[in-house]
Design a protein around this ligand. Sequence first.
Ligand SMILES: [Zn+2]
Length: 65
Amino acid sequence: MSQSPEMKTSRCPQCGRAFHYDPAAEPAWLPFCCQRCQWVDLGRWMSGDYLVSRSLLRDNDEQED
Ligand SMILES: [Zn+2]
C-alpha cells in the first residue's frame, strides 16, 4: 500500500493561517491549526473568569489587538 494520507486543508480561526491536517488522525485541536492556537482561543474567552496561565500564551499575547 502506498502512503497517500488524505490531508485536508482548513483555515485556523485563531491565527488565520491555512493549514493541512490528517482527518484520520483526528487532531484534538481542530478547528485550529495547532494546540497552541486552541489554547489561545480558550484563553480569550476564559480570561474574563479565570486567570489563564499567561506563560502558555506568552508568545501570542503580544499580538493582542
Ligand atoms: Zn493557528
